[in-house]
Ligand binder design. Structure first.
Ligand code: FAD
Length: 381
């Protein structure tokens, strides 16, 4: 909890979680310093797909419960942040088409749609011609598709930069440096701030560890287990189509049979997503991944092989053993908090996580129920 007349909150990590927390603290008058080892949005937050899907945790009640609140906050941020900073972060209510390429795939999709309908979602089954009328990128070889209209897309690099700039307008600041540990521990599980690799001490009333896949390294700092492992995700970008390529609709496409995924967005080139590789902290791109992504994407779209490649990225998802992020106080610490481990859904769940963290840091409680994400569960294994 931040005491009266307190100084800053020290936020370690300038990804989407750290920067949005700085913003939510800033607009309630609490200053923070975001300590970033590299550059703001230099991790996965700068190179994600930016797809906000409520269905990523469809078997996990704790995450399902947080999803509508996070989407609602995203919609508010889409209004507020561009007004604060002038940065359009490309938030758009785009349709998503889940496509079946085989009859088996169609049965799986229809079953999935029935389950979502029981939960209250409204989704339409489209015949191939109806789906192709939406986007000429889609292959003629589909059996059918489900259209969902509650899965917006955005540009996560711009969102993260914009959140940090808005926070800075209210007094937050960025410090470049690599955190190597916590500051001196005092009474009642409190520390004085953080220590940088070069020996500098940054003082603060509270510390938030939001270092994405690197947060596992803080297990030593807090003296209890914090299993978070990196998973590399590579994506390929395709150059903008020429004018005769048909309507330039922003749309998400995925194939239930092959796992292929294509995101056509307003502000960035078309994305072909994404690999899932256990290669430690290696963030290099590979030719094998590029070929694999294009081959898999081509099962969804005839245009992929002919399109020009404009880029390829690799970044790291932060994975936890049970698939849920750690959000809450570090075990045994009163003023050290953790918000990390959001795997493939960190952009979607960033606003609700950041709002809960801002609540917990400033008042010790939040209306957002993050009890199922308590980092203490890591101790039980
Ligand atoms: C290929 C791919 C596609 C994705 N697509 C989506 C998507 O469509 N939708 C979605 O919701 N999510 C998606 N994600 C997941 C999402 O990108 C992540 O969950 C999210 O960005 C994690 O944000 P973060 O702030 O926790 O971590 P990061 O963005 O990794 O930021 C952590 C920051 O901490 C800094 N740091 C680390 N150690 C230190 C230290 N010791 N001192 C100071 N700073 C430090 C790093 O430099 C980094 O900038 C995708 C991920 C990948 C890999």
């Amino acid at each position: 909890m931040v005491a009266a007349n307190s100084g800053e909150v020290v936020i370690v990590g300038g990804g989407v979680i750290g920067c949005l927390t700085a913003y939510f603290l800033a607009i309630r008058g609490v200053k923070s310093v975001v300590v970033e080892a590299d550059a703001i949005a230099s991790g996965a937050s700068g190179t994600s797909g930016g797809w906000l899907t409520p269905y990523s945790h469809e078997c996990d009640p704790a995450m399902i419960a947080l999803s509508p609140a996070s989407l609602a906050l995203h919609r508010e941020l889409a209004d507020a942040l561009p007004q604060e900073t002038g940065i359009d972060h490309g938030f758009e209510e785009t349709p998503h088409l889940r496509c079946a390429l085989t009859e088996d795939g169609a049965s799986d999709l229809i079953e999935w749609q029935a389950a979502r309908t029981r939960e209250g979602a409204v989704m339409d089954w489209l015949a191939p011609a109806e789906a192709r009328a939406l986007t000429p990128w889609l292959t003629a070889d589909i059996v059918g598709a489900i259209r969902s209209d509650n899965e917006p897309m955005l540009d996560s690099y711009r969102l993260t930069i914009s959140a940090m700039q808005a926070a800075e307008k209210y007094g937050a600041r960025v410090l470049t440096g690599k955190v190597a540990g916590l500051g001196a521990a005092g009474a009642a599980g409190r520390c004085s701030g953080v220590l940088l690799e070069d020996g500098t001490e940054v003082f603060g009333d509270a510390v938030l560890l939001a270092m994405g896949p690197w947060t596992g390294q803080a297990a030593e700092w807090i003296g209890s287990p914090l299993p978070i492992t990196p998973q590399r995700g590579q994506m390929v970008y395709l150059a903008a189509p020429s004018e005769d390529d048909g309507p330039d609709l922003a749309v998400g496409l995925s194939a239930v049979d092959t796992g292929g995924s294509i995101l056509r967005k307003r502000l960035t080139d078309t994305i072909v997503a994404a690999t899932r590789e256990g290669v430690g902290f290696d963030r290099s791109t590979t030719r094998e991944a590029r070929d694999w992504l294009l081959e898999r994407g081509a099962t969804l779209s005839d245009r992929i092989m002919g399109a020009g490649i404009s880029g390829q990225t690799a970044c790291l998802r932060p994975l936890t053993p049970d698939g849920k992020p750690y959000v809450g106080a570090a075990p045994g610490w009163e003023n050290v908090h953790i918000a990390a481990g959001h795997a493939s859904e960190g952009i979607h769940y960033a606003p609700v996580t950041a709002m809960a963290m801002a609540d917990l840091i400033t008042s010790g409680a939040s209306d957002i129920d993050v009890s199922a994400l308590d980092p203490a569960r890591a101790i039980a294994g």
